[in-house]
Design a protein around this ligand. Structure first.
Ligand code: SF4
Ligand code: SF4
Length: 105
C-alpha cells in the first residue's frame, strides 16, 4: 500500500509504471480487516456487521487513516498486517488501479 513517497491527488494510475508514488492510493478503498494488533489508533477502527474490527472508511470511500492531502498513510508504522502484505505490482494492486482509472473516465 502507500509508501512514504509523496502521492499527488491528480496523478492517475498508469498501466506502464506501477508505483505507489503515481497511484491515488487505490487499494486504500478496500475493506481492511484487523487480524493482528499492530497498534492502529482506536479512532481509525470500526466494527463490521459480523463484529470484526476493520479500518474505518470515510464517506469518500478511502480509509480514515489516509492523509487526503498527500494521499499517504498517516499511520504507516502502525498500519495493519493486510496493508503490509498488499504487494505493489501484484495482480490485486493492478486490479485496483484499473478500477480507479475507470472511475475517472
Ligand atoms: S494500488 Fe498498488 S500502487 Fe496503488 S497504492 Fe496500492 S499497492 Fe501502491
Ligand atoms: S491503514 Fe494506511 S495503508 Fe492501510 S488502508 Fe489505511 S491508509 Fe491505506
Amino acid at each position: 500500500m502507500t509508501d512514504s513517497q509523496h502521492i499527488s491527488h491528480t496523478q492517475l494510475p498508469s498501466e506502464n509504471a506501477v508505483s505507489c508514488s503515481n497511484c491515488a492510493a487505490c487499494c486504500c478503498q478496500l475493506e481492511v480487516m484487523l487480524i493482528t494488533d499492530t497498534g492502529v489508533p482506536p479512532r481509525f477502527i470500526a466494527t463490521d456487521d459480523w463484529g470484526g474490527e476493520v479500518m474505518q472508511r470515510l464517506d469518500d470511500g478511502w480509509c480514515a487513516a489516509l492523509d487526503r492531502d498527500s494521499m499517504r498513510c498517516s499511520i504507516y508504522e502502525l498500519r495493519p498486517l493486510i496493508c503490509r502484505e498488499f504487494e505493489m505490482g501484484s495482480v490485486e494492486c493492478q486490479d485496483e488501479r484499473r478500477g480507479m482509472t475507470s472511475i475517472y473516465r
